[in-house]
Ligand binder design. Structure first.
Ligand SMILES: Nc1nc2c(ncn2[C@@H]2O[C@H](COP(=O)(O)OP(=O)(O)OP(=O)(O)O)[C@@H](O)[C@H]2O)c(=O)[nH]1
Ligand SMILES: [Zn+2]
Length: 185
């Protein structure tokens, strides 16, 4: 845990009108710093660490989809959570990625300060880079606390963002098949 970050949280407590000396808040700066470091631990990760070489030779050239990967991120404008699901697909060209690693790649980029569009693109580009796929598709559906708890206070709006690369961009049939399989069509 970073003592510097904890001391900043102590200032935040003062800034919101709290007394950081009251009993319930004595350990809060340390706890909050630890929690925030966890929520931003994606900065310290690299694709090499996260995938750990889990690429396996395979003759399959059929679409692989990992859907409904739960996602917790922080919006870079308000540092409030956005929460949702990611659906990731790719078309292998000789090597497939270990299943859990798809979710680890999602987490690596989600555990940073983000806007949803950039998060979606970073995941797609990383999967492309790792697998050298013939195409990659990523769809993210998320609810933004900065729109729910404050600001316009809309509780039911869901933001959907997508990035289609390669075959998913070039072929509407491939794209439709993906969207159908994740239940979006
Ligand atoms: N496109 C996009 N916008 C986001 C995302 N997360 C938050 N925002 C928006 O970023 C914008 C920041 O707008 P500002 O007017 O600078 O900030 P604000 O006064 O707090 O805005 P309000 O939320 O409208 O009260 C808001 O419209 C947010 O809804 C995201 O992931 N993608
Ligand atoms: Zn926000």
């Amino acid at each position: 845990m970073s003592p510097l970050l904890a001391s900043h949280y102590r200032e935040i407590l003062v800034g919101v009108g709290e007394n950081p000396e009251r009993e319930g808040l004595l350990d809060t700066p340390q706890r909050a710093a630890k929690a925030m470091q966890y929520l931003c631990n994606g900065y310290a990760m690299s694709l090499e660490d996260v995938t750990n070489g889990a690429l396996f030779e395979s003759q399959s050239d059929e679409m692989v989809i990992v859907s409904d990967i739960e996602l917790y991120s922080l919006c870079e404008h308000h540092m409030l959570p956005f929460i949702g699901k990611a659906h990731v697909a790719y078309i292998p060209t000789g090597r497939v990625l270990g299943l859990s690693k798809v979710a680890r790649v999602v987490d690596m980029f989600a555990r940073r300060l983000q806007i949803q569009e950039n998060l979606t693109r970073q995941i797609a580009q990383a999967i492309q880079q790792i697998t050298d796929a013939a195409g990659v598709a990523v769809v993210i559906e998320a609810r933004h606390m900065c729109m729910m708890m404050r600001g316009v206070e809309k509780q039911n709006s869901i933001m959907t963002s997508s990035v289609m690369l390669g075959a998913f961009r070039d072929s509407s049939t491939t794209r439709q098949e993906f969207l159908q399989l994740i239940g979006r069509r």
